[in-house]
Design a protein around this ligand. Structure first.
Ligand code: UDP
Length: 238
């Protein structure tokens, strides 16, 4: 345990990250890469909670843009996160890591229902605990679900794995001169409209002093380095 800085963390994975090189769905190599990355920390006793998005399968906003009722589309998006959560659970278990899925929407046959105290108990018992179905409410995102659950379970940090290696002052893809921040304040993220997480999630983290680490999922061993307290990517703090 001593090699690791954190005792309890929440990892936020976007649904798109699970696609890897595919155009839709799940590239099995990605869950396996995540399992490889967190295995040592998990074995060392770091308590790991996970929230995964659903953008690789369905997003409510896309449904609404195509004429669908927004809340109905969002319900479909939340179900997409359950599919991703089950895929991650399967991979973790194949790698010998005990894991539970807790859904914000009751689905007794395939997952437990989210109950905060029970979630904390799973974590204390060394089970990777995946929070599925977002917040259980339409009009929210899984970033907000991640911020909410991180606060609820008393995580020390919310780790957001993305496709870029941190937060830049402008889009680094279209602006090669973009400057990366090592640290940045919540207010600056909001005022500069930097889209690290949506504004609701950022404000929730701000109000509850929940640090957000943003880093690139594709870098080998990145979770392990982050969990050891190395400064990777960008950290959002007060
Ligand atoms: N969603 C929702 N409420 C929540 C979380 C998610 O309605 O609390 C829906 C919403 O439609 C969203 C979709 O689930 O578009 C997938 O989540 P998200 O877009 O956050 O996934 P990511 O971008 O991380 O893949």
């Amino acid at each position: 345990m001593s090699d690791y800085k954190y005792k309890r963390v929440l990892l936020k994975l976007s649904g798109e990250a699970l696609m890897g090189s595919k155009e839709f769905g799940i590239d099995p190599g990605v869950p396996q890469k995540i399992a490889d990355d967190i295995k040592a920390a998990h074995e060392a006793g770091v308590q790991i909670a996970v929230v995964v998005g659903g953008g690789n399968i369905f997003r409510g906003l896309s449904g609404a843009a195509a004429g669908m009722d927004r809340a109905q589309g969002d319900n479909m998006g939340m179900l997409a996160t359950v599919i991703n959560s089950l895929a991650l659970q399967d991979t973790f278990e194949h790698n010998g890591m005990e894991c539970r899925v807790m859904s914000a929407i009751e689905m007794h046959a395939i997952s437990e229902t989210y109950i905060r105290r029970r979630a904390i108990r799973h974590l204390e018992k060394g089970r990777i605990t995946i929070f599925a179905a977002g917040t259980g409410n339409p009009y929210f995102t899984t970033d907000t679900a991640a911020a909410l659950r991180a606060c609820e379970i008393g995580a020390e940090v919310l780790m957001k794995a993305t496709k870029v290696d941190g937060i830049y002052d402008m889009d680094p893809v279209s602006h090669p001169e973009a400057k990366k921040f090592d640290t940045i304040s919540y207010m600056e993220v909001l005022n500069r409209d930097l889209h690290v997480m949506d504004a609701t999630a950022t404000a929730l983290c701000h109000d509850n002093h929940m640090p957000i680490m943003v880093f690139n999922l594709d870098e080998k061993g990145i979770f392990d380095r982050a969990l050891r307290g190395e400064s990777v990517g960008t950290t959002v703090v007060d």
